[in-house]
Design a protein around this ligand. Structure first.
Ligand SMILES: NC(=O)c1ccc[n+]([C@@H]2O[C@H](COP(=O)([O-])OP(=O)(O)OC[C@H]3O[C@@H](n4cnc5c(N)ncnc54)[C@H](O)[C@@H]3O)[C@@H](O)[C@H]2O)c1
Length: 457
């Protein structure tokens, strides 16, 4: 039975996995190339920013230690998860540079082992990477044979930043791409002890697992874009309301309600790049993946489309407040954030843009020279004639009409997620614009009527 596990790469995902594995009784040796990260773990502190991680590491510190040495970790454990960065390269594929370096260290350590060890790649990679890009590194540096002397699996996690710990311990399923039966059985045995919810391990070939991981994310982006397209349609239909339509179609088990709330574009460190990478792979292989390219294009052009829609509410040189700069609520991450792109698009059209986010401190330097980032909601809203609420953050939902109005006569509030409460929707000094709902029923009726009764127009 596996009791000792190495986690190589103690970042947002690896650090959380290390904590979770220790909390489920495994002895964990973490490896990182950063001394600061190693020191943090050894002092019982969180190596990365993630909800609940500090407490998890603190509570389980007697079962976790960290080291800079791949050898120390591999020689003292029976299975290792490798979860280092795989950044996008210029082609849109994922670079194997960091994983290759880690595999070199693991290979050298395997050379010194006299018994079996299973290596599990968890980082996101494209099909073929594990078997053709990485396995040869293990064999070359260990001088040993995969399947005979050591095992190999590709087993990614399906987690979202902010809920990594909950997601890892309660997955819908574990995806296990196995080199052979023995490797897969080792990972499945760990999974069955990790899961709090009896989630099954779905075992398959390494290549099918590599494809399944990335296509799952890509499929979700299609669903999000579909909801955003529905929202656009609803704005043009008399009485149209995307929430009503999504609630209905989401009841169909074939569809489901999650990720169907029309609002704003998808962003963050995974969705956009996974979609681009799958399209790269498809094109390279000659598969018809234009759908993915169109989806990426649809998502990337969402900011300019919204700015066009906002034209009736903006004067030349208007001050526009953007509430929400992270890619989702309760996150500090601004990577590929739709709110950030909106700020840049508005600034590019000559508007004075002031942004605010309760957590995303990095936005300030990223928007420098383009937009101001206020350090309080009050400062952000002070001069704004138009306020755009781009994330359904609790601090924005708690705002009162007076917070928006201040000493102005009136203000336009655009609510991308239709999340603001009644007092704001109905206040006489606030022009409330819910995206995804029809707000000009007369014009929408005229347009629709002329389709069916052209003679009446
Ligand atoms: N963050 C997410 O939401 C998420 C979700 C699913 C999958 N992933 C994938 O997981 C992988 C890691 O993501 P992350 O967000 O945890 O990254 P991260 O940047 O937060 O952490 C990576 C860690 O690996 C360390 N590292 C780099 N090279 C190393 C080496 N050779 N040996 C040991 N440590 C090394 C770094 O110092 C860092 O601490 C990526 O492939 C990513 O695509 C991430």
């Amino acid at each position: 039975m596996i009791e000792n596990i190495a986690v190589i790469g103690l970042g947002k995902l690896g650090g959380s996995m290390a904590g979770c594995l220790a909390s489920r009784g495994f002895n964990v040796i973490g490896v990182d190339v950063s001394q600061k990260t190693v020191d943090a773990v050894n002092a019982g502190r969180a190596p990365a920013e993630e909800t609940g991680l500090a407490q998890l590491i603190g509570t389980n510190k007697e079962r976790i230690r960290a080291t800079l040495s791949h050898e120390d970790a591999i020689l003292n454990t029976d299975l290792s998860f490798v979860i280092v960065p795989t950044p996008s390269d210029a082609r849109g594929a994922f670079s194997l540079q960091y994983v290759a370096y880690a595999f070199e260290g693991i290979g050298k350590a395997l050379a010194k082992r006299d018994n079996y060890h299973t290596v599990v790649l968890t980082s996101t990679v494209l099909p073929g990477s594990t078997r053709y890009g990485l396995l040869p590194i293990l064999e070359e540096f260990s001088g040993k044979r995969c399947g005979r002397d050591f095992g190999l699996c590709y087993s990614p996690e399906f987690i979202a930043l902010g809920t990594v710990i909950r997601d890892y311990l309660n997955p819908d399923f574990f995806l296990v791409g196995e080199f052979d039966e023995r490797s897969g059985a080792a990972v499945a045995s760990v999974n069955s002890r990790v899961a709090l919810n009896d989630a099954p391990s779905k075992r398959m070939s390494i290549e099918n697992a590599e494809l399944a991981k990335i296509s799952l994310n890509s499929y979700i982006t299609l669903k999000i874009s579909y909801a955003n397209m529905l929202a656009d349609l609803c704005e043009r239909i008399p009485g149209g309301d995307v929430d009503v339509v999504s609630d209905a179609i989401g009841m169909d088990k074939r569809i489901g309600r999650r990720y169907l709330t029309g609002g704003f574009g998808y962003g963050g460190p995974c969705f956009p790049r996974d979609n681009v990478a799958l399209n790269f792979m498809g094109k390279y292989l000659g598969a018809a993946t234009e759908l993915l390219e169109m989806n990426d294009d649809f998502n990337r052009t969402i900011s300019p489309r919204f700015v066009e829609k906002l034209k009736p509410y903006l004067r030349e040189g208007s001050t526009v407040a953007v509430l929400g700069l992270a890619y989702k609520p309760l996150s500090h991450v601004i990577e590929e954030s739709a709110g950030m792109y909106l700020c840049l698009t508005l600034a590019g059209r000559g508007f004075r843009v002031v942004g605010y986010d309760p957590l995303a401190a990095e936005a300030q330097s990223a928007l420098r020279l383009h937009a101001l980032v206020a350090d309080s909601i009050a400062a952000c809203l002070h001069d704004a004639e138009c306020v755009l609420v781009t994330t359904a953050d609790d601090v924005f939902k708690a705002l009162k009409p007076q917070d928006f109005i201040g000493n102005k006569e009136s203000v336009t509030v655009v609510d991308f997620w239709r999340c603001l409460p009644d007092p704001i929707r109905t206040h006489p000094s606030i022009r409330y614009v819910p995206m995804g709902r029809c707000i000009d029923n007369t014009a929408a009726t005229d347009k629709l009527q002329s389709l069916w009764r052209p003679d009446k127009n």
